[in-house]
Design a protein around this ligand. Structure first.
Ligand SMILES: [Zn+2]
Length: 204
């Protein structure tokens, strides 16, 4: 790293002396937890691929997705007010989104039943992902507005990002942002099957 103007550098743990790697999302004064919280969201839709040309439901992937079948739309589970879908531009393997069916953009517009079900679906999604791929942690969050990093700002969506120790290196993040439809389909099948099995056991 010779470019000192791009931000802070951090020492690579376990690497030789004088080896430094760039901290990709360093913000002066921001707590470390915030860097980790917001990193995945900044990477989503980084290239703007398939972004809607306007904010209408007709252009909205979270409105049109449920009109297709689950396999094609990569939907993992359908609830009463909201549903769970694979993120087409995942930051990490198993990156899920919980969306209300209604085309609303802001958490304050959600009804009480929508807020409750989005919360319940988020918890179940964490349990399902844990049972399938055993992550060490999760990032959960909603970006409200494009300025806050929302790729599809017009339609509310809750991110569920599984995290593994050591997954925060710069190159794996870049590598994993590439959409791999076949891999996403396989992930959907595994998660949907695990979700169905869990629902059948617990009755919820
Ligand atoms: Zn929508």
């Amino acid at each position: 790293m010779t470019e000192e103007a791009t931000g802070a550098t951090i020492s690579a743990p376990g690497a030789g002396d004088h080896v430094e790697v760039e901290a990709p999302f360093y913000h002066e004064g921001a707590p470390q937890a915030f860097q980790r919280l917001w990193t995945p969201h900044r990477m989503v839709y980084i290239g703007g691929q398939n972004k809607p040309s306007d904010d209408t439901p007709a252009q909205c992937p979270f409105c049109t997705g449920p009109e297709r079948d689950d396999e094609e739309a990569l939907i993992v589970h359908r609830g009463q007010t909201s549903y769970v879908i694979m993120n087409l531009y995942p930051y990490n393997t198993g990156h899920l989104l919980v969306c209300p069916y209604r085309h609303i953009s802001d958490w304050t517009e959600a009804t009480a039943p929508e807020r409750q079900e989005i919360g319940e679906l988020t918890a179940t999604a964490m349990s399902v992902v844990r049972s399938v791929s055993h992550p060490h942690g999760f990032n959960l969050g909603m970006n409200q507005g494009e300025v806050a990093g929302a790729g599809i700002a017009a339609h509310l969506h809750q991110h569920i990002v599984p995290r593994w120790k050591g997954d925060a290196n710069f190159m794996p993040i870049i590598g994993r942002t590439k959409p791999v439809p076949q891999l996403l389909g396989e992930q959907r099948d595994m998660l949907a099957a695990a979700w169905s099995a869990r629902t059948g056991q617990s009755g919820d």
